[in-house]
Design a protein around this ligand. Sequence first.
Ligand SMILES: [Zn+2]
Ligand SMILES: [Zn+2]
Ligand SMILES: [Zn+2]
Length: 379
Amino acid sequence: MNKTENTAPTPEVKKAIREIRINPIVPTESVLVATARSMRPKKEETPAPHDARVRVDTCPFCRGNEDKTPAPVAVIPQEGEWQIRIVENMFPVLGDDRENPSFAFGLQQAIDGYGRHEVIIDNPSHGIRIHEMTDSHLAMLLAAYRNRMDQLYHSNDRLKYVLVFKNFGPAAGASIGHTHSQIIAMPVVPRNVQAEVRQSALFYENTHQCIFCNLIDEALTFEATLYDRESGALKRKINVGQFVIEKSKKFIAVKPFASRYEWEVHILPLVHSADFLSATDQDLADLAGLFKRTMARLNVLLGGVQYNFFIHSVPHGAEYGGNANSFHWHIEICPRTSIPTGFEMGSGLSVNTIAPEDAAERLRKVSLEDKSDWETEKR
Ligand SMILES: [Zn+2]
Ligand SMILES: [Zn+2]
Ligand SMILES: [Zn+2]
């Protein structure tokens, strides 16, 4: 028996939430939201100091060191000084250099590690962070993701999914200090993407609606009032707009109701679209602004943010052709502020120690008025 359970509740404990929230899209995934300090079974990640250097002589991704990387698969723009370079990963986790046969022995099966693993050098400036890049550069980067994904999907039928992601900061697994993203084209559709695709298709089968669109509508419904059925008296007012962090003309950034990570934020197009590849340059220009402001909010609030983000888009291939109405592409941003423990790994239950609605409120309240705090081009 925990000793703290016998003491009088402090104001924090009174307000504390302890509930298991079911992920509305993938109900088999749930999150324990436990906000009282005494209930935190997590270790906090130590923030890493930010390396703001513009150029590092020994860095293979800095301008002037182009000969230290494999030959680029894309250089953007094609003429003049490069702004973005895509190169093959020197230590690919998947490769197309040899054809390994698949093997199966009893219940133990393997699919060969066929695929492509590439690095996108996001920006010539070594230590620049997403929220410090110009809107136009960010739009160019998002277009580079889209165009390279498109090329890879069309390069080989064996590639079933193309995942774009970014690790930023040592806690997020970034091994090279220079800002970069990665693309992995793989011979299988990752399990989490499959789960989202299947579950949203099931919802569509039952309702003829996209579950992601429904969640956006819920997020944009500012207030719901519940009345008592008999007396008609006001029972409860729910502020359901509490999960919205940013909204632009075409995109919305929301804090998921069942967030696995304390500061997790998802970005979705407001108008239904299953495939990131169908985003136009105008869409991406609008997304760039919203993405940048969202990252700035996280950075201000966390005093430097280490994170992973990745894009979930409908897989290509004939068996996914029927998912255009039910799936909705999105970006998941997962800031790393704590280290998962045995409880999380063993239970498969994520533990979130900050109520998502409180996290959303704090993110919304971050003032971005004084742009000198977070905008670059002054370096
Ligand atoms: Zn560098
Ligand atoms: Zn939708
Ligand atoms: Zn997703």
